[in-house]
Ligand binder design. Structure first.
Ligand code: AP5
Ligand code: MG
Length: 215
C-alpha cells in the first residue's frame, strides 16, 4: 500500500521517477499532464479547454482538474495505492485531495519533493524528447536514446512537447514558483514531506526515494 505524490518544478524528473516507482511498487501512475495530453490528442472537450492553458504554460483551472483526479482515484486499481504526478499543484487542489482521502479514512504516505535549480530545469525541458507511443522520456544530452529519434523501449518516434520551447518553459517555472511552491510548506506541516536533491543521476535519486519509502 503506497499513496504518494511527486512534487517538483517542471523538468525536475517527476515523470522519469514515476516510471521507476510504479514499476517497483505495482501502483498506478496518475499524471494529470499525461491525461490532458491524451485528451488533446483525442480532441475531447476537456482536451480543447486544457490546451489553451497548457500551450501558454499556465495552470488548467482547479475545477477542471479536481473532479478528474477524484474520478480516477475512485477506480478499483487505486485500492492498493497510487502515485500522483503533477497533482496537486495549488493549495486548493491539495485541500480537496486531503478531504477526498479522508472520506475513506486515508491519507498520503509521502510527498516526494524533487528540488532542481532553474538553470538545470531549462536545460532539461528544452532537451527533453518523449516517445509518441509509450511516453518514455529522454534527453538529447543527459539520457539519449540508443538511436537518435527512436524509443529504446518500443521503437516509437521521439518528439518534443509543445510546451518545451524556452519561452513557455520559463513561464511554467514561474507559475510553479508562485502557485505550486507553497505546497512545500503545506506538506511539511502535515508531516508527509520528504525533500530530495534532484540534481543527481536518475539511479541515485531513485535509490534515495526507495530508501525513504521503504521496500
Ligand atoms: P505536466 O505534464 O505535469 O508537466 P510539468 O509539471 O511541467 O513537469 P514535466 O512533465 O515538464 O517535468 P517532469 O518533472 O515530469 O520531468 P521529466 O521526468 O520529464 O503538466 C503540463 C501542463 O499541464 C501544466 O503546465 C498545466 O498546464 C497542466 N496541468 C497538469 N497538471 C495540472 C494540475 N494539477 N493543475 C493545473 N494544471 C495542470 O524530466 C525532464 C527532462 O529531464 C527529461 O528529458 C529527462 O530525461 C531529464 N531528466 C530527468 N531526470 C534527470 C536526471 N536525474 N538527470 C538528468 N536528466 C534528467
Ligand atoms: Mg512529467
Amino acid at each position: 500500500m503506497l499513496r504518494a505524490v511527486l512534487l517538483g518544478p517542471p523538468g525536475a524528473g517527476k515523470g522519469t521517477m514515476a516510471f521507476k516507482i510504479v514499476d517497483k511498487y505495482g501502483i498506478p501512475h496518475i499524471s494529470t499532464g499525461d491525461i490532458f495530453r491524451a485528451n488533446i490528442k483525442e480532441g475531447t472537450e476537456l482536451g480543447k479547454k486544457a490546451q489553451e492553458y497548457m500551450n501558454k504554460g499556465e495552470l488548467v483551472p482547479d475545477e477542471l482538474v479536481c473532479d478528474l483526479v477524484k474520478d480516477r482515484l475512485s477506480k478499483d486499481d487505486c485500492s492498493n495505492g497510487f502515485l500522483l504526478d503533477g497533482f496537486p499543484r495549488t493549495i486548493m487542489q491539495a485541500v480537496e485531495l486531503d478531504a477526498f482521502l479522508k472520506e475513506s479514512g486515508n491519507r498520503l504516505d509521502i510527498v516526494v519533493n524533487i528540488q532542481v535549480g532553474k538553470e538545470e530545469l531549462m536545460k532539461r525541458l528544452t532537451g527533453r524528447r518523449v516517445c509518441k507511443n509509450c511516453g518514455a522520456s529522454y534527453h538529447i544530452v543527459n539520457i539519449p536514446p540508443k538511436v537518435e529519434g527512436v524509443c529504446d523501449q518500443c521503437g516509437g518516434e521521439l518528439q518534443q512537447r509543445k510546451d518545451d520551447n524556452a519561452e513557455t518553459a520559463e513561464n511554467r517555472i514561474n507559475v510553479y514558483e508562485t502557485q505550486t511552491a507553497p505546497l512545500v510548506g503545506y506538506y511539511a506541516e502535515s508531516g508527509a514531506l520528504a525533500d530530495f536533491n534532484g540534481e543527481t543521476s536518475v539511479d541515485s535519486l531513485f535509490d534515495k526515494i526507495v530508501e525513504a519509502i521503504g521496500e
